[in-house]
Write a protein that binds this ligand. Sequence first.
Ligand SMILES: Cc1ncc(COP(=O)(O)O)c(C=O)c1O
Length: 433
Amino acid sequence: MSLLAPNREIADALDLTWVRSQFPSLSQTLNGYPAVFLDGPGGTQVPQRVIDAISDYLKQNNANTGGAYATSRHTDAMIAGARAAMADFLGCDSDEIVFGPNMTTLTYAMSRSIGRELKPGDEIVLTHLDHDANVSPWAALAERGVTIRMVEIHEEDCTLDMDDFARKITSRTKLVAAGMASNAVGTINDAKKIVQLAHENGAMAYIDAVHYAPHGAIDVHSLDCDFLVCSTYKFFGPHMGVLYGKREHLQRLQPYKVRANTNAVPNRWEWGTLNHECIAGITACVDYLADLGRQVQPSGTTRREALLAAFDAIHRHEHSLMQVLIRGLLTIPGRKLYGITDPRRFDQRCPTMAVRIQGFTPLQLATKLSERGFFTWDGNYYALNLTERLDVEKDGGFLRIGLAHYNTMEEVERLLTALEEIVNGERESRSSS
Ligand SMILES: Cc1ncc(COP(=O)(O)O)c(C=O)c1O
């Protein structure tokens, strides 16, 4: 059995030698094997310039904000720069960017604040496809008498049931929370349609773009979402979360905050001392992506244009890898690949594959792959509603293989060969014993 696909001539605009030279961790080896990072959905690797920005900040400018001396002023300027970088990344204004420790914490903060306005009988619509960080913070508002309604999925391809979505949103709906892409099965949702459905019914839309952010450009104005959250550690930056909120909401909603926090936006949403060194790393990670975009399209003038060019190239590269990987995975006897597998619909999925192979638990597969240098995940990755819905929670969830733009075709081919050896080797040893 060969899992390698014959056809891989798809155009690839990325200079992978340059890309990979930016990421020091990619040259590691494990047990004599080159390390292959297929764990991007859990957190991507970082370019050297992110590491430098973090350590340079600590070496030269380590201070709290708002002081009348050089390092504090530099810190204020550095944070303003990172806000501008994230505004370019999401297509909004700097004062609509809120920094926090991670997406989950930001979402709990926003859910508590929005919850202050809700009363018994109000409704919130959530989905079975979402990461629990976009479910539990909202579901907790049931304590206030708010009704939670869950949108169904089509099990056969792990897409959202948009008819059910339209049915579940009513004039009682105050908020719709949904993901842009699934961190388990890779499905990309029609976020623009979801926002539109919410707005038609007078509800706000809270979009989780954590999984989508490393794979595609985000434009919050075009989406017209009220809020959008992402985590920089999923797109080549440090461990931080970022929330975009429409200015009018950030001004109107009441945060729980200490009195000394000003009422200015976004400061009223950022409590205590932030992780300044990681914020320094955020600008560096956005600038890395912009430089990548300028390489493929030197005519782009603004950072935003460069970012759009970068994501265009990233999309094409990742799709060429995904085609070969999915085609190879589908030839494994006894496998079940979740999500969209029809190549004509690949624009509706990210290169994140959830798979199960008969005779192996996901943990066994991840462990065997890890011995050969492949870093993959097993379990539910907090997409708990989905693993429960698909009834795989009790059997260890799925093996997740997540591609990022720094992965190569050679790595994909080696992974398929490794899986072939693992599956064949195990089956042969079972049949001979
Ligand atoms: C789709 C999605 N949403 C939310 C989260 C939570 O993000 P954070 O770790 O920043 O809280 C994750 C983390 O894996 C995720 O994949």
